[in-house]
Design a protein around this ligand. Structure first.
Ligand code: ATP
Length: 249
């Protein structure tokens, strides 16, 4: 599984990530949390080999920096924070998730088509089929991109703020679906999350970034006991109906 060793990123003379070590546990959901500008998207873009870094990122013992992009895409699916709006149909975009597996003529096999269908149903976007991506709302576009990452059928999914545009009810349904994917489909998930209340409810593990450093990585329960979230986010915590909630001070 994914293992990051002593990752360093500097930009315009500023140290953005400093000595990051992170080892994901298979078949768990790890929420990457931290205040605005602490380096979450930068860390994700290093895994995606977009941002240059010093240090090492391995997947099942293989250096990701040395792995051909097509092979990498068969192991790790990414949902970036900023989504493009190409003038292609939703099915065409979702089918791009199958790119790492297609032959030289880019022909979809019945299995590829089945994976696309399954992703459409998993996200519940049947009504968006036939629409052009550049005509969709922010939330609709986010769902179509999510279907693309699910169609990619990788062992690891790295999602950068996947619920930004989602309404509250769909956000819950989506996070519950990730939970099912983890258990039923044996997926491992690294998810950048802004909503602390959702993170502590759905994540098995929390990785807390503060000013470019991982200040906690471990089970969610342990993180809650440590009081680190209150310190990093300047929030206070309360209980309601046996659930933990955080609120701004
Ligand atoms: N090209 C760049 N040059 C200089 N600084 C940069 C550059 N790109 C990002 N940064 C800085 O790096 C820091 C980390 O940015 P990053 O986008 O990773 O934060 P984040 O934790 O994802 O933030 P948010 O929660 O707001 O999405 C920020 O202070 C940002 O301004």
């Amino acid at each position: 599984m994914l293992e990051i060793n002593n990752l360093q990123v500097a930009r315009s003379g500023k140290q953005i990530l400093d000595g990051i070590n992170l080892r994901l546990i298979p078949h768990t959901l790890t929420a990457l949390v931290g205040k605005n500008g602490c380096g979450k998207s930068t860390l994700v873009s290093c895994i995606n080999q977009i941002t240059p870094y010093r240090g090492e990122i391995h997947f099942s013992g293989r250096d990701l920096a040395l792995m051909p992009p097509r092979e990498r895409a068969s192991l790790i699916a990414f949902l970036p924070q900023a989504l493009k709006s190409p003038h292609i149909t939703t099915e065409e975009l979702i089918a791009m998730g199958r790119s790492p597996y297609l032959d030289i003529g880019r022909h979809m096999t019945p299995h590829d088509k089945e994976m696309v269908e399954k992703a459409i149903h998993a996200i519940g976007i049947e009504k968006l089929i036939g629409r052009y991506v550049d005509t969709l709302s922010g939330g609709e576009r986010q769902k179509v991109y999510l279907a693309m990452t699910i169609a990619q059928d990788t062992r690891l999914l790295v999602l950068d703020e996947p619920t930004t545009y989602m309404d509250m009810a769909y956000e819950h349904a989506f996070l519950a679906m990730l939970d099912t994917m983890k258990h039923k489909n044996k997926k491992t998930l690294l998810v950048v999350m802004h909503n602390l209340n959702q993170a502590v409810r759905y994540a098995d593990q929390l990785a807390v970034l503060d000013d470019g450093k991982i200040v906690f990585h471990g089970p969610t329960e342990e993180c809650l006991r440590s009081g680190i979230l209150e310190r990093v986010f300047s929030v206070h915590r309360y209980m309601a109906e046996d659930k933990v909630f955080f609120a701004a001070e």
